[in-house]
Design a protein around this ligand. Structure first.
Ligand SMILES: O=C(O)CCC(=O)C(=O)O
Ligand SMILES: [Fe+2]
Length: 494
């Protein structure tokens, strides 16, 4: 994916970065400042930076009165913002030695506050694992030096996170960023949903533990899906899906009842291929002779749902949007700022305690009901905020390297408009000559792939978010994948 192209106004930008935002998204629990090694780990002295917020939203919560409303959580996990820092922990000789030794395996670790004892226990286990398993003389771990060199703690709070259960709660991130701190994690602790076992059949047969350093290698971490996993769309399924959506919109046809959890939406068709006869050939050539689908939904969301989504974005924190960057040795990819995309966005994820809330959950379910694609094929909502002058230049949502991964490619974009914009901010499809103006509660749906082959990119759905001229624009992306995105994301396999 070429990000450089985004710097030119008319160039094609890379697709934007996916929901597991390894660097900046879900896991910035603390202020990452480099420790002054000697000062912070000599016995009997105190770490000047010892008191931490464990969630980037702590200061926002503190300002909203949460230190008083929710003291049990806040006083410990947002101690810095609530000004409830515990007595500093005075380190023993043994603890100082542990900190020195563990610093060989990545970032120096911060140990302070209520979880100190458990965090030191993690560090003892980490050293045992690294010295006696990974780097043991008779080590059975068979990894290239390059991958082995990647098995380091990349954050100073890795040991702390491991101590509070993040290796189990957030394995996709922790596996890649804190492998030494997680050591070995039992497969059964990770995969509570038995439906997901099919991804890991081979591993379950051979080894009941995920040995974290081995999991840095994407070939170990992300075995290919078995053949019996059902895709969200079969060849020919895309056209059938759109035909069904158009025929069953309750707002277009008073005979159709509004189903439970549904709004009384109507559908407008902006572009579509000619209807096909029953035994027509399904082929790429036939697809490309006909225009692709592009439809909008009026009243897809209620006003209240739109407003809730905007404020959930604030709670999850809007940050400068990023594009997909370079592929890393561990198979993940960087997220990078680009001149082609200047909005801010917030991910409505489980980690941000957003995805499972009533409104986003209900909208995921509504999208599932309309498209027939299971909600776990959808990335987290990416809630967008554009100020005047902000935009996203021409790009495509399809991410090439996902086509052969467990999640499969993005097949559909379900884009939601969360408010009315005074001027500008249309979603424009230059190759189709269609511009969709933002309207509160409206949605637009288009495919990223071809009807004949749901793995092949349909380049004709290139699009751009035009500059907002007046007012602020709020919207949200739901990217639907060919396979279960959430399962793949949990394992760091997207
Ligand atoms: O904001 C819009 O109208 C579209 C945004 C978009 O294309 C994207 O985020 O991928
Ligand atoms: Fe897009």
């Amino acid at each position: 994916v070429n990000v450089e192209e985004c710097t030119s106004q008319d160039g094609e930008c890379s697709a934007n970065v996916a929901a597991v935002d390894f660097d900046d998204g879900d896991q910035d629990y603390g202020e990452e400042e480099d420790q002054e090694e000697e000062e912070s780990i000599s016995p009997g002295t105190n770490d000047e930076e010892g008191c931490i917020d464990t969630d980037e939203r702590c200061s926002y919560w503190a300002e909203s009165g949460e230190c008083d409303n929710n003291p049990n959580y806040m006083h410990i996990y947002c101690a810095l913002s609530c000004d409830t820092c515990p007595e500093r922990h005075v380190k023993t000789e043994e603890e100082v030695q542990l900190l020195r030794e563990v610093a060989q395996y990545g970032e120096a670790q911060k140990v302070e506050g209520a979880e100190s004892a458990n965090t030191f226990e993690v560090i003892r286990k980490t050293l045992d694992y690294m010295q006696n398993v990974v780097y043991a003389e008779d080590s059975t771990i068979n990894l290239s030096p390059e991958i082995l060199g990647e098995c380091v703690n990349r954050e100073s709070l890795c040991a702390f996170w491991a101590a509070i259960g993040e290796c189990q709660a957030n394995p996709g991130y922790m596996k890649l960023k804190c492998a030494p701190s997680c050591q070995t994690v039992k497969l059964h602790d990770l995969i509570q949903n038995p439906l997901r076992f099919h991804y890991y059949d081979a591993l379950i047969q051979s080894n009941l533990f995920f040995r974290q350093c081995e999991m840095i290698d994407i070939n170990n971490r992300c075995p290919p899906l078995s053949d019996d996993v059902e895709p969200g769309l079969l060849p020919g399924g895309l056209n059938a899906m759109f035909e069904r959506i158009v025929a069953t919109a309750p707002g277009n046809n008073t005979q159709i009842e509004v189903a439970e959890g549904m709004t009384n939406y109507s559908v407008v068709v902006h572009s579509r291929p000619a209807p096909v006869e029953g035994d027509a050939v399904i082929s790429k050539e036939v697809d490309l002779e006909q225009p692709p689908w592009l439809i909008t939904f009026n009243n897809f969301l209620t006003d209240e749902e739109c407003e809730t989504m905007i404020s959930l974005g604030h709670e999850s924190v809007y940050e400068r949007s990023k594009d997909v960057g370079a592929l890393q040795a561990d198979g993940s990819y960087d997220s990078v700022e680009s001149n082609g995309r200047t909005s801010e966005n917030a991910w409505c994820s489980h980690q941000k305690k957003c995805r499972n809330q009533d409104v986003p959950k209900r909208i995921h379910e509504r999208i599932e009901l309309v498209t027939g694609i299971k909600a776990n094929h959808s990335e987290d909502f990416q809630i967008l905020k554009y100020e005047p002058g902000q935009f996203y230049r021409k790009h495509h949502d399809y991410i090439e390297l996902q086509a052969d991964r467990q999640c499969g490619p993005r097949i559909l974009t379900f884009f939601l408009y969360l408010n009315d914009v005074e001027e500008g901010g249309a979603t424009n499809f230059p190759l189709l000559d269609i511009a969709v103006k933002p309207k509160k509660g409206q949605a637009v749906l288009w495919p990223s792939v071809l009807n004949s082959d749901p793995k092949s990119k349909d380049y004709r759905t290139d699009h751009e978010a035009q500059d907002v001229i007046k007012g602020i624009k709020f919207g949200a992306n739901a990217w639907l994948h060919l396979y279960d995105y959430m399962a793949a994301s949990e394992m760091g396999c997207t």
